[in-house]
Ligand binder design. Structure first.
Ligand code: FES
Length: 231
């Protein structure tokens, strides 16, 4: 188990800005009197979104807002690994290196980070723009290997596609998230199969464009049907 502790250097204070204060109040109001502590995870999330990471002063402010001891808020922040306890880069790259991603090439993803950014896992670029960490299962093994950047998942990666994503981020662009190898979501890369298919037969590559078009057509038909006046 990894040791998760707060950063030694902390800001002097924390206060939610108007937007997050409003959102925090709305979340707290969802719970009955005396149960405000249930809002601790969303409030920690808001603090992290505002500051980039979870600070000690933020923990203290949240504890006060939720009428709970600071140590209990700290327990939650240190338990859930989605809370960053140290400052991270503007682009925080979480590379999954758990077994399925490892077998599918996460080493190449880390190598691309090293090549394009000059940093390895656990490091941050000197300009503070990028940071890289290794994470255990990101929960998208079907699209391994996977990296999470901010709120987005980049899937079916290899060194080349990771390099392209990093180059785009450096240029200030927002690269398209999701599968990077042409798959439609988590669909097969080859043609669609069923359990009745002969697994010993070579599966020809499917026309992904046609599959996508068929999917969009079915979606449009379903939407039209739902919108049609009922007889
Ligand atoms: S092992 Fe990487 S997403 Fe599950």
């Amino acid at each position: 188990m990894s040791l998760r502790t707060l950063a030694k250097e902390q800001p002097a204070s924390f206060a939610f800005n108007a937007e997050y204060l409003e959102r925090a109040k709305r979340v707290i109001a969802k719970y009955p009197a005396g149960r405000q502590a249930s809002a601790v995870i969303p409030l920690l999330d808001f603090a992290q979104r505002q500051e980039g990471w979870v600070t000690q002063p933020a923990i203290d402010v949240i504890a006060k807002m939720l009428d709970m001891p600071s140590i209990r808020v700290l327990e939650v922040a240190t338990f859930y690994t989605m809370f960053e306890l140290h400052p991270v880069g503007k682009y925080h790259i979480q590379v999954c290196t758990n077994l399925p991603c490892k077998l599918r090439g996460s080493d190449g993803v880390l190598a691309a980070c090293k090549e394009k950014l000059g940093i390895g896992a656990g490091e941050k670029t000197p300009d503070g723009k990028f940071s890289v960490v290794e994470v255990e299962c990101a929960g998208a093994c079907v699209n391994a290997p996977v990296a999470q950047i901010g709120d987005d998942y980049y899937e079916d990666l290899d060194a080349a596609s990771t390099g392209k994503i990093l180059d785009a981020l450096k240029r200030g662009e927002k690269p398209k998230h999701g599968p990077q190898n042409g798959r439609v979501n988590s669909g097969p890369l080859g043609k669609f199969t069923t359990l009745n298919d002969d697994p010993t037969q070579k599966i020809p590559m499917q026309d992904l464009g046609a599959a996508k078009a068929a999917f969009e057509k079915a979606k449009a038909e379903a939407a039209a049907k739902a919108a049609a006046p009922k007889a």
